[in-house]
Structure formats: structure tokens, C-alpha cells
Design a binder for this molecule. Structure first.
Ligand SMILES: [Zn+2]
Ligand SMILES: [Zn+2]
Length: 506
């Protein structure tokens, strides 16, 4: 890896990376920054985050709890199934069971009382309204919900910490709060990534004495706050994916999602990245250039701690074992902006620029599709981002988990402030008849590719900044039929992923 970096440092844009990667590595214990915490440690087991438990006999394990008007919903498995089948939000259902539990009969009664089934039209999915039930004894809707013409773009956040299963000191966001914030922020999806060190969640009040896999816990909690459709995420206003941030000081932090985490790691959480990729996971190098900030500003001491991805620094053996890079990392962006005017004083904090350059270099050398993404790294408190936020937009074929996974791996993504949506219109045609490409696609071309977009954009070609163009430009390939890639950056911090020419099949 280091020799590859050295070879490529001949490219001007990259030389600064090699020179900038020699800072000493600090100690560190996961994600918590060195020094004092900015806020007191907050216990995370608030009622909003507590799951409803079902004992081995299928009966509610905590039947003495009254049903709260907000937060978790206590409901029997039969009631949940009935609610999912009928598209009913359990929070709207009045409970009649002991201790405030919602029964299957309660769901049926609720449906019978509705002139129309409740829906949450949003995110480009046409409102789905089922016909009223024929009578109270037969609550099945007579019209099957069917998504109509769909918006191909979904707005989301790939990097959000929730506790549990994150340790209470790591995040003050519960699953419930994260979902609530994501909805409020207009997101279509959110990937929850508690630190891998907290994969198991042995606290007895939540697990009934059994260690519960953190992924399973997140999925279970999320189900309570979503409701209305199937767990694959289809036809929901918000798709929630339970992943993790694989947290090691060497080689660094990896965001991993769309995979059964227990199947790719040991009981102690040691992950095999090869296994994750083989299983179809989306593996992101998180905050690849986040590093200690030397500063006399007190606030800067809070964000110290080396979080660089070591292979990019010439250390480690995980070259190629990932399919994405987190370029737009909220704290990196924040520090970069803070230091932008410092001149030579803080020259080593251009983390977004370095991540962009590394992405270009890796694509050029490995000639493979690498997705660039954004993540808020929300922990619910300063100096982290407080809540999930729109940082990526993803062009999907289906608005569910599998659609998202395929689109993310396919690099059909824009990123940046607000999800980089201004860069969505990047597209191409070529001198091969009928060939067309959007973001993330490879186009067959002999010697010419016509790139287009609306308005003004900076064009990057094979890692080099070509210039600023209006509404597009035609480019010639260096080698006829050869590999090339382009991406655009628009004002307002909107970045496209790449369009490739003649990307080699893998
Ligand atoms: Zn991290
Ligand atoms: Zn993180």
C-alpha cells in the first residue's frame, strides 16, 4: 500500500497527502475523544429507548408497565403482526390488555373504527389509501397498498451512534430519538452504526439475562418506532438499517451495514472484512483523515484523537477490503472550515480535500468502483453532531433496504451539505450508439464522452481538476476504449460520485 501511495504521489494533488501523514498516533479507546467530555455522561436507558420484551413463552415479560402515550409501544406479537399486515401505526391504537398491552383485538377494533387506514405519504411515494374494511369482523383492507411512481432518490445519513447498544457514555441518542430526528430532518433512510465494541448488550433489564446482539436490539427497537409495513423497509416513510462502526485504533474505523454482523465476527467482535464483503455488506472507511488537532483553542482539544484510516497513512494490510470512503464527515468538515483561514497555522486539517484526493487515487490505481459518501457521526451531543442529518442522496431502484444496498455499492450517490442534491443531474452519453450513464454507472466509449449537468460545475477527470464548465463538456479518452472517470463539484458543497468509461468488470 505504501509503495502504491508513493508511486501515485507523482500526481500533484496527492503529494500533499503523503507528506501529511506523519503525525504521531495518539492513544485512544474507541470514539471518545481525549480529554474532558463536554457534557456529563448521560445514562441512555431512558424509557424512550427501552424495548418491549417477550418472554420465551411468547408472553410479555413486563406486563406491569402501563402503556405510555409516546415512546415504546407495548403490544403482543399477534398485535404487531396484525398491525404490520394492515399498515397500522401501533402508537395510534388504544390498549385494553393488562398493564397497557395492545392485543390483536385492539388492532382489529382500531381498523374497524377508521374510515381510512392511516398513511404517511412522504419521500416521493404516492399516498397509499386502502378502502375501508367491509365490517368490524373482517378488518382486512380490500385494496392492497401499492407504491406508485417513485422518486428514485433517497436522502439519508450513513453514520449515527445510538445507545443502547453503544455504551451510555458514547451517545445520548436512543434508537427512538435517532428515528424521530431523522424524520424531523426529512431523511428517507438512516443507517445506525453503534461502535462495534458494544456489539453485545448484556445488561439484564433489556435482555432478560441473555446477551443480545446489538444489531438485533437496534432492529427490534426500530421496529417499534416504524410500524406500518414490512421490515425490509418497503413502503415506509423511513428505512432504518442496523449496522455498526467497527472500531479499532489500528487500522481505524469502518462503517459496516447490510449484513448479519454475528455471521462475520467472533463472539468478541473481531470482524473479518473479507467475509463482510463476500456477504454483500457495504463497508465504508470512516473519517479517513481525522487526526489530532494541534490547537491552543480549548474547544479543539475536545476533538483530538487519531482516527485516521491507517492504510491511507501507509500502515495496515487492508488495502482493497472496503467499498466506500466517508469523505463528508461532519466533524472533519467543521474543523476544516474552522481552520480554513488559519493559513500555515493548521495546514494538516484539510480532511475533506485529502479524502477526495485519496478516493481519486484509489479509483485510478485499482480501477474499481469506490463509493464516496457522507456521515454525520451523530452522537447526540457536542462536539459531535447532535442528530442525524442529510449528508447523502442515493438513486435507488426500490425504496427499501435492498434497493439502498445495491445503490450504495453501485455508487449511485451524491453527498455533501444537505446530501449534495445539486450534483444529482450529472450524466453522460458517448460515441457508442445508445450508451447512457448516470452517477455511478460505467459507459462504453471509443474515444469520446459527452458529460452534462445543469449550471456551473467543476469537473474532475482521473483525479485532476480540469476546470469549471457550464452545463457540461465533451472529453476525449487518453487511450481509445480505455478507462477513465469523471466527477463534478457544485457550489454549496454538492459532490457527485463518478461516471466511469470502460470500467473493467470484476
Ligand atoms: Zn469513528
Ligand atoms: Zn462514529
Amino acid at each position: 500500500m505504501s509503495s502504491r501511495i508513493l508511486t501515485l504521489s507523482a500526481i500533484g494533488a496527492v503529494a500533499s497527502i503523503a507528506a501529511a501523514t506523519v503525525l504521531p498516533m495518539s492513544q485512544g479507546d474507541g470514539q471518545t475523544p481525549d480529554g474532558a467530555e463536554p457534557t456529563p455522561v448521560v445514562g441512555s436507558l431512558d424509557p424512550d429507548g427501552a424495548p418491549a420484551l417477550v418472554g420465551s413463552d411468547g408472553r410479555p415479560a413486563r406486563a406491569d408497565r402501563p402503556a405510555p402515550s409516546t415512546g415504546p409501544v407495548l403490544a403482543t406479537p399477534e398485535a404487531r403482526r396484525a398491525a404490520v399486515d394492515a399498515g397500522v401505526d401501533l402508537r395510534s391504537v388504544r390498549a385494553s390488555g393488562d398493564g397497557g398491552w395492545i392485543t390483536e383485538g385492539d388492532v382489529a377494533a382500531f381498523i374497524a373504527a377508521q374510515p381510512r387506514l392511516p398513511v404517511r405519504p412522504r419521500g416521493g411515494v404516492a399516498p397509499v389509501v386502502a378502502a375501508p374494511p367491509r365490517n368490524a369482523q373482517d378488518p382486512r383492507p380490500t385494496v392492497k397498498p401499492e407504491p406508485a411512481s417513485q422518486d428514485p432518490w433517497m436522502l439519508g445519513d450513513l453514520h449515527v451512534h445510538v445507545s443502547p447498544p453503544d455504551e451510555p457514555g458514547h451517545s445520548t441518542l436512543t434508537v427512538a430519538k435517532a428515528i424521530q430526528s431523522a424524520r424531523r430532518g426529512g431523511l428517507d433512510f438512516v443507517i445506525l452504526t453503534p461502535h462495534q465494541a458494544d456489539r453485545s448488550f448484556p445488561a439484564s433489564p433489556l435482555t432478560g439475562g441473555n446477551p443480545m446482539n446489538g444489531q438485533e436490539l437496534v432492529e427490534r427497537l426500530a421496529e417499534q418506532h416504524l410500524g406500518g409495513a414490512s421490515p425490509d423497509g418497503s413502503a415506509r416513510d423511513l428505512v432504518v438499517v442496523a449496522g455498526w462502526e467497527y472500531t479499532r485504533e489500528a487500522p481505524g474505523h469502518l462503517g459496516v451495514s447490510f449484513v448479519d454482523l454475528a455471521s462475520i465476527s467472533s463472539a468478541y467482535g473481531d470482524m473479518k472484512t473479507e467475509k463482510a464483503l463476500a456477504a454483500g455488506a457495504f463497508v465504508v472507511i470512516n473519517h479517513p483523515f481525522f487526526r489530532p488537532v494541534k490547537s491552543d483553542l480549548a474547544i479543539m482539544r475536545l476533538v483530538s484523537g487519531d482516527r485516521r484510516w491507517k492504510p491511507f497513512s501507509g500502515v495496515g494490510e487492508d488495502a482493497g477490503l472496503w467499498n466506500a470512503i466517508e469523505v463528508w464527515h461532519d466533524r472533519s468538515v467543521w474543523i476544516e472550515k474552522l481552520h480554513a483561514k488559519s493559513g500555515e497555522r493548521f495546514p494538516d486539517t484539510q480532511m475533506v480535500q485529502q479524502a477526495l484526493a485519496s478516493w481519486d487515487v484509489a479509483t485510478l490505481t485499482e480501477q474499481r468502483r469506490i463509493t464516496a459518501v457522507g456521515g454525520s457521526d451523530a452522537h447526540g451531543r457536542l462536539p459531535y453532531t447532535v442528530a442525524p442529518m442529510p449528508v447523502v442522496s442515493v438513486r435507488v431502484e426500490t425504496r427499501d433496504k435492498e434497493g439502498l444496498r445495491r445503490a450504495l455499492i453501485g455508487a449511485r450517490v451524491t453527498f455533501g451539505r444537505g446530501g449534495g442534491i445539486a450534483a444529482r443531474d450529472f450524466a453522460a452519453t458517448s460515441d457508442v450508439a445508445g450508451e447512457e450513464a448516470g452517477i455511478g454507472d460505467s459507459i462504453r466509449a471509443k474515444s469520446e464522452v459527452r458529460l452534462r449537468w445543469k449550471g456551473s460545475a467543476v469537473l474532475i477527470e482521473n483525479g485532476m481538476r480540469v476546470g469549471t464548465f457550464e452545463n457540461g463538456v465533451t472529453r476525449e479518452l487518453d487511450t481509445p476504449g480505455g478507462f477513465a472517470f469523471w466527477r463534478i463539484e457544485k457550489s454549496g458543497d454538492a459532490y457527485s460520485n463518478m461516471i466511469y468509461a470502460n470500467l473493467p468488470p470484476r
